[in-house]
Design a protein around this ligand. Structure first.
Ligand SMILES: Nc1ncnc2c1ncn2[C@@H]1O[C@H](COP(=O)(O)OP(=O)(O)O)[C@@H](O)[C@H]1O
Ligand SMILES: [Mg+2]
Length: 426
């Protein structure tokens, strides 16, 4: 869990990454890496950094995932996609007691209002209007990816973040290009599918019946599950496998399906129609993004920008108010313990990296070069200026503003999504 309630002397006892970033806390536990709240030592801006320990024994699989994630995500420069700012293959992570770890990492813009998951779990039902605002941003993000030949393949509420009132797609760990180097369309094998059972479409379970699937249609199915969950306040089914009673009803007896959920939430006929089309069993009949944009539900009323941001902030503040004491105490304890530790200055450690990481050093440098050009383009400079209000005023307690919540581990997600994280920074 993250709070930006950072006191001056925290920085003095924070871990330091490459003499460039203070590392304050873990804000997310990833499949193969941790996401940390970091502060740039020079300009005091806040960032999220995904860090993976690397040493000569780092496996090919982990380093491939890491490279894949950066190389696809770094290509984008879009309002609804988390931006990567910088990446590094063999960095030094120094703890105050002098221990140094070798790490690979990438620096991202920080989404300071947490996950859609938390909003769903911890705040009251969304009106169709409010859901429409969120959903249309989500679709814009997914559409942008698809137009550029990338599929996300892990669209779910934990990977949809908010930053200053704007939706941001995160977690490109499963994303991939749909066109290969020769310009041909990649074939996606069902047997190699990834993603989460609650969000995956039924064709992924057709093993034996068909060999390939269309990953764009899978992203749309996942977005349909999200839309349903926002409005009905319940997942539509556990999985779209044929054994699931709810998904079977949706396929075979739509009226009964909706009747079950009408006890929880009443929803419009247009909403139901869109959901049925997004969750269609047949991927060829499933609605496309183009058709979705024309769908009557999408033409309905939306909240104005200010109103939307206000509602989002209210919900976020609500979550925060329940957690703030816990987070602050935890961080205070952590840093007071550190004050009693003898501070040890160490040199950076040797640059010997794993064979697999070594093979990718050049690629990482190329990505960085591209990122630098992007950041120095006039458009980016303007953005950075307008972002100045995001700067951290160290020492000033920004209690209600920029707090953030994450969770302990993947398993606890459904049951206790808001519980504070273990201090993994020691
Ligand atoms: N840029 C970011 N800003 C704020 N929080 C983030 C950011 N990136 C990731 N997180 C948090 O960390 C969690 C794990 O990161 P993610 O990239 O989804 O890892 P994984 O692939 O292992 O799921 C996310 O669900 C989110 O809560
Ligand atoms: Mg994730």
């Amino acid at each position: 869990m993250m709070s930006l309630d950072i006191q001056n002397d925290y920085l003095e006892f924070a871990s330091v990454l490459d003499d460039k970033y203070y590392i304050i806390d873990t804000i997310g536990f990833g499949r193969y890496a941790k996401v940390k709240l970091a502060i740039d030592m020079e300009d005091k801006q806040k960032y999220a950094i995904k860090i993976m320990k690397t040493d000569p024994t780092t496996s090919q699989c982990r380093s491939d995932t890491f490279i894949n994630e950066i190389s696809t995500q770094a290509e984008f420069d879009h309002k609804h996609i988390i931006r990567i700012i910088y990446c590094k293959m063999n960095g030094n992570y120094k703890k105050i007691d002098g221990r140094v770890q070798q790490v690979s990492y990438f620096v991202m813009e920080l989404a300071n209002q947490g996950e859609l998951f938390q909003l769903l779990e911890q705040t009251q039902q969304f009106s169709e209007k409010f859901a429409r605002n969120i959903f249309s941003q989500l679709i814009k993000g997914i559409e942008h990816l698809h137009e550029r030949g990338v599929v996300h393949r892990d669209v779910k509420a934990e990977n949809i973040l908010f930053s200053n009132g704007v939706l941001k797609l995160a977690d490109f760990g499963f994303s991939t290009k749909t066109i290969d180097e020769k310009g041909s369309r990649v074939q996606f094998e069902i047997s190699q599918h990834i993603g989460s059972p609650e969000y995956n479409p039924p064709e992924l379970y057709n093993i034996g019946k068909q060999k390939f699937y269309n990953p764009e249609q899978a992203d749309i199915f996942a977005a349909g599950v999200i839309l349903f969950t926002m409005v009905i306040r319940s997942a539509p089914f556990k999985t779209s496998k044929s054994t699931d009673p709810y998904y079977s009803l949706l396929k075979n007896n739509k009226q009964s399906f909706w009747k079950i959920f009408s006890e929880i939430a009443d929803s419009s006929a247009q909403f139901k129609d869109l959901i049925e089309k997004m969750l269609d069993e047949n991927p060829l009949k499933r609605i496309t993004i183009e058709q979705m944009k024309q769908h009557p539900w999408m033409q309905g009323q939306m909240l104005g920008q200010t109103e939307f941001q206000k509602e989002l902030k209210n919900r976020y503040d609500m979550i925060l108010s329940q957690q703030i004491v816990k987070i602050t105490n935890k961080r205070d304890t952590k840093f007071s313990t550190r004050k009693s530790i003898k501070k040890v200055e160490t040199d950076n450690i040797s640059k010997s990296v794993s064979k697999y990481c070594y093979e990718n050093l050049e690629l990482i440098e190329q990505i960085n070069a591209k990122l630098q050009i992007k950041q120095h383009s006039p458009k980016e400079q303007f953005k950075q200026q307008s972002n100045k209000s995001e700067k951290l005023k160290v020492g000033i307690q920004q209690k209600q503003q920029n707090q953030y919540i994450s969770r302990t581990n993947q398993e606890s997600k459904r049951s206790s999504p808001g519980s504070p994280s273990n201090d993994s920074d020691n």
